[in-house]
Design a protein around this ligand. Sequence first.
Ligand code: PMV
Length: 309
Amino acid sequence: MTWAQAPGKVILFGEHAVVYGRPAIAVPVIEVQARACVESGKAGQGTIIVAPDLNHRMSLREAPDDEPLARIVRLTLALMKADPDPDLTITVTSTVPVARGMGSGAAVSTAIVRALGKHLDYWLASRVISDLVFQTEVLYHGTPSGIDNTVVSFEKPIYFVKEVGWEVFWAGEPLLLAIADTGVASSTREVVADLRRRYQAEPARYTPAFDRIGEIAAAARSAIEQGQGETVGRLMDENHSLLQQLGVSSPELDGLVTAARGGGALGAKMSGAGWGGNMIALVTETSRGRVDMMLRLAGAASIIITEVR
Ligand code: PMV
């Protein structure tokens, strides 16, 4: 048996504006992981994909072309010039919350590609994995910017500009993030499509917010690299106000953001597509306990603490 895993992620700065070409920052969240195990199966069985958490079992032979797990398996086997339906059982499990802006689709796809590469002894560069995973992100998200597959396959903080490129960077001082779940599922595809309709109807109304979010992401990168936590926090607060103006926040997200600030967070914002999913708060060793308590009192369904390095 061969197995591999891949982490979740959060967007620190620049969601939505990234779809319109502005820079964004995302970081891996290693506290949650998707895992894929590949085992040899019975002769003639072909490839079977099992997702026990979802009570899902399918045969690659019968799976439609737009089934995301089947698509990533087919793409990976084709890239490796392997048998298109080998006798393998692929079991997928994940602790990355689904539909919460934590990159669960990208994590599952990345884990599958890595596990298949290992099992068939074929080295796949992170860039190649990211490009393969992008092709399944299209099924989950419609028009993905590509930030999720990039951060999940490289597992480092990234500064990302759609269709231009991206860079890995490091925090001058580790940053502590509390990631709190509203408990509300959110469809990235729907939120992105809704904003696109509104933007297309009135571009002049949305362009200044996209521009400012891009400037914030650029400034935040320098502040993170220089270990300036207070500046990072202020930029998170400003980014959240702009996301509210774009109409992608929600009462639940705003409630958790206010609670985190009340608990002493250096800054807080929604993260990912919005209308639900997660928010993030920048905390310190001193404030993390109080912020955690305030988030729970405000109704957070779960809280993950992660370190950005
Ligand atoms: O974090 P997610 O998976 O909800 O993605 C949202 C990020 C967006 O910028 C809103 C969309 C994208 O494709 O970058």
